[in-house]
Write a protein that binds this ligand. Structure first.
Ligand SMILES: [Zn+2]
Length: 253
């Protein structure tokens, strides 16, 4: 490799987003513009929550395409692949969540890992079956790391200049992680959340996993909180009405 005195300046990972639409089985991006995602941790949850083609378009509108990488590529990706990526992220996120819950003493999550998640998602990666809970948990830990590494495929480490334009004396250097695609970025985010021990919860209404902004938060969004409140209200109303019907029935001579 020739040594150049004119290096290419890196500006951190840049992504493309624009107007997204669905056509003939493809998610297509039009009028793309570059943008950067700083300290975003929602991509992983938004990707895991995609259920259908409308979800793909909404995600592409917000963040761009999942795997396009370089600018020269055609800005279209098959919906079938998107749905597979979303399902995979959903699966790895739930496996990670149950693993953490089990580490924190949740019997329910330990049971889910033992009965369902480990046989399906962990066991195939190992030659020997776990013979006890400790081995099963260790294998799960290793499998989660392997899934995340697979998702982060092609990710590189770079050096970033930390200079402030108004205070160059303070400028330093730091390592940055450079994922090649939005998909790899989402897996990197999941890895970061797990490494930092960020609390994640499961929404009591829709089952989505989310990072609470407040310790009392039980639902992933105001919509879910509202729907759950309505469900409780409707259940109470039904209860009162059937109690009323019983009272009316017994009041008859
Ligand atoms: Zn929810």
């Amino acid at each position: 490799m020739p040594v150049s005195m004119r290096p290419t300046v890196l500006s951190g990972p840049m992504w493309l987003r624009g107007k997204a639409r669905h056509e003939a089985g493809y998610i297509i991006l039009e009028e793309p513009k570059e943008y950067s995602l700083y300290d975003n941790t929602e991509t992983v949850f938004d990707l895991a929550d995609i259920e259908d083609v409308n979800g793909c378009v909404a995600f592409a509108d917000r963040y761009g395409l999942l795997t396009h990488g370089s600018l020269d590529d055609e800005l279209r990706e098959p919906v079938t692949e998107w749905l597979q990526h979303a399902k995979m992220m959903w699966t790895v996120l739930r496996l990670s969540w149950h693993y953490r819950q089990a580490c924190n003493g949740s019997e329910e999550s330990l049971q889910t890992l033992t009965d369902v998640a480990s046989p399906q998602l962990v066991r195939p990666a190992f030659e020997n079956e776990a013979t006890n809970t400790f081995e099963m948990m260790a294998q799960t830990n290793i499998a989660i790391a392997a899934y995340i590494n697979q998702g982060m495929d092609g990710t590189q480490q770079r050096i970033s200049a930390d200079a402030e334009w108004d205070d160059p004396i303070e400028g330093g250097f730091r390592f940055i992680i450079a994922p090649p695609t939005l998909l790899a970025l989402a897996y990197q985010q999941l890895g970061t959340l797990l490494m930092r021990g960020v609390e994640m919860r499961r929404c009591l209404h829709c089952d989505s996993i989310f990072v609470p902004v407040d310790s009392r938060q039980r639902y992933c969004s105001p919509e879910c909180s509202g729907r759950a409140r309505y469900k409780r209200f409707a259940a109470r109303k039904r209860e009162r009405e059937s109690a009323g019907a019983v009272d009316a029935g017994t009041a008859e001579p």
